[in-house]
Design a protein around this ligand. Sequence first.
Ligand code: AQP
Length: 325
Amino acid sequence: MTRLSGITPSGPAHAGNYLGAIRQWAREGGAGDLYFVSDLHAMTTPYHPQKLRARTRELLAVLIAAGIEPDTVFVQSDLMPQLGPLTWVLECACAFGEAARMTQFKEKSADRTHEGTPVRVGLFTYPVLMAADILLQGADEIPVGDDQAQHVELARVLARRFNSTYGEAFVVPRAVMPRAAARIRDLADPTRKMAKSSSDAAGTLLVLDDPDLLRRKIKRAVTDSLGRLEYRPVEQPGLANLLEILATCQGKSPREVAAGYSSYGEVKDAVAEAVVEEFRPLRERTHDLLSDPAELDRVRAQGGARAMERGAHRLTTVLRLSGVG
Ligand code: AQP
């Protein structure tokens, strides 16, 4: 059984990515699971090539530093020679109306139109590239939140359609609920989730921030003036977010954690120490990996080669059944 999960280098990794996903992947990932840095997905909106390259490298190092088995990690663009043709085949199996129905495209293209920047065709076709990511590896399960479930459904439709029209080539994947994990919100605006592309750096705890910066950001986190130390996510979202971060670091429930403190200041101090200690080994190992570029290149090349090996037979079959290549 193969589960496939990706992370897009649209910005530096933050506490939400780590506590909500990467740490779970490292702790609970099975031997057949695959994790990849989806750098091609980051090209669907404006980006800087050098930053993309550096962030891809950094994220790869973070995944390995977090304890994910290096053999199971790869960078998406290293599979270009296979993903390119497969995406084309799948685009030719996908109806325009199916791609146009994607809610995420409607939302993201509306954002771009609102900002006055052009909507890239890649933003429109990227769910088909995502289908290629999944189908190339023969992944059975894709852990995704609500925002991505529609894309996995498209991958299922395309796999079934290809199999029934041209011949059996694809495993039909399933979207599954991610293993329960924290949903971390922005410290400066706790009504929004913490995000890589957030414009407010003060509200985002980066896994590579140094300890003093982490402490300063947590000290300035927005709370409320009610003075009630309880876990009430709707009425007190800022405090609830801090309690959730602390609870996730300590492996307890937010309510249990709340009972141990009598002021917001104490909670913030405890969150700061817990986050600094949680991120310290991760930051150190990431820097070690980044300081040895040859070794990181070797690990990356090996992961890419393994993933290509997995996909080679399937791509050959697909091209043969499609009457090309
Ligand atoms: N705030 C969060 N709390 C918990 N989990 C989170 N994840 C992201 N933000 C939070 C999880 O991190 C994994 C990788 O995320 P992604 O790269 O696929 O994209 P995303 O969810 O769109 O991440 P960001 O950080 O919010 O990036 P931008 O700003 O580019 O949209 C996923 O498992 C995700 O659930």
